[in-house]
Design a protein around this ligand. Structure first.
Ligand code: MG
Ligand code: MG
Length: 253
């Protein structure tokens, strides 16, 4: 069932969203060659806890980190580790959730570690652009298919592909609520958006094919063909006045 939020509840969700966004930006500043993903994870956990919130992912279905940190061909759900040392040229996906006052925020960004290839930068940029194409469709009366179509239509024009095995979702009291928000779809199809829905829109875009597989650690999802993958996510409230990016921090997108 879809949990519709009141204006007051959306305001409350802004707190979780802001902490989530701030933790990501802080983590992004710490990314450089030689840093471990465990160190990045610690920075995120400390910041979230300092704010009086809880890392949403820590212990979620047994996940051992406070953030999912996924490198290069890893798509999502990478486990922070002392053994994973960032290298010059890596692209680093950081996915964070924070829980406070009864609500979650959920957001992800892809960062460059040092100098990266032009192709990698283009993948990052167009993944982000696809999110904003989708965001332009977020209004009461439009449909989930309009969002999915906007993402897919944008990225396929660059020869990229949309991960289909994982999708966006509702956000609220639970980290993952109804409905599913796919990054593919048909215009005018699917569930109708309505005032008070809060959804995580999160394009996961591969430079190569769409197929993904899970590693033996039970978490990390990688591209089947080893190609690079990029991720961009915000928690978004649907309102008559336009979408509200609950995980935005002072226009740092
Ligand atoms: Mg996320
Ligand atoms: Mg999410």
């Amino acid at each position: 069932m879809i949990q519709i939020k009141s204006n007051d509840q959306i305001k409350m969700m802004r707190k979780a969203g802001r902490i989530t966004g701030e933790a990501i930006l802080l983590a992004g500043e710490a990314i450089r060659p030689g840093v471990t993903t465990k160190k990045i994870d610690s920075i995120i956990r400390q910041y979230i806890e300092k704010c009086g919130a809880k890392p949403s992912f820590l212990g979620y279905a047994g996940f051992p980190g406070s953030a999912c940190i996924s490198i290069n061909h890893q798509v999502i759900h990478g486990i922070p580790s002392d053994e994973t040392v960032l290298q010059e040229g890596d692209i680093v996906k950081i996915d964070v959730g924070a829980f406070i006052d009864g609500y979650h925020g959920d957001s992800a960004r892809t960062f460059a570690c040092g100098r990266i290839s032009e192709a990698a930068q283009r993948l990052i940029d167009e993944t982000k652009n696809s999110f904003f194409q989708a965001l332009a469709q977020v209004k009461p009366g439009n449909r989930l298919g309009d969002i999915g179509f906007a993402v897919e239509n944008h990225v396929t024009s660059f020869g990229y592909s949309v991960v289909r095995d994982y999708v966006g979702h509702g956000v609220g009291h639970d980290l993952h609520e109804s409905p599913d928000v796919p990054n593919y779809g048909r215009k005018g199809r699917g569930l109708r958006l309505s005032e008070g829905m809060v959804i995580a829109i999160e394009p996961m875009i591969n430079e190569g094919g769409a197929a993904v597989k899970s590693l033996a650690d039970g978490w990390t999802v990688v591209t089947a063909d080893g190609s690079l993958s990029s991720h961009y996510e915000h928690t978004v409230a649907v309102t008559e006045e336009g979408p509200i990016l609950l995980t935005e921090v002072d226009g740092c997108l």
